[in-house]
Design a protein around this ligand. Structure first.
Ligand SMILES: [Zn+2]
Length: 90
């Protein structure tokens, strides 16, 4: 039986590999800001513009016309996630 979880793990690993090689070079075409990778959704997020650029077969589609517009709520949530330092608790 085909395991869907296996596919998901494989897919996420591919996205993470892409992350290491490409994400450091990728910037938002609008604001030239750094993009944040959303592994779960398979999207590259610009929290500044509130745009989510899709990945097609692991290849980012850096077109504003193809990007999904995030809601204000989602935008804030993603921005908070990225702004929060990992070890800020004492
Ligand atoms: Zn942007």
């Amino acid at each position: 039986m085909h395991c869907w979880c296996g596919w998901l793990v494989h897919h996420v690993k591919r996205v993470i590999n892409m992350d290491k090689q490409l994400l450091s070079m990728l910037v938002c075409p609008l604001c030239k800001g750094k993009l944040k990778l959303d592994n779960e959704a398979g999207e590259l997020l610009c929290t500044f513009d509130g745009l989510a650029y899709p990945l097609q077969d692991g290849v980012p589609v850096m077109l504003e016309s193809e990007a999904r517009r995030m809601s204000e709520e989602e935008k804030l949530a993603k921005a908070e996630q990225s702004a929060k330092p990992a070890a800020s608790r004492d």
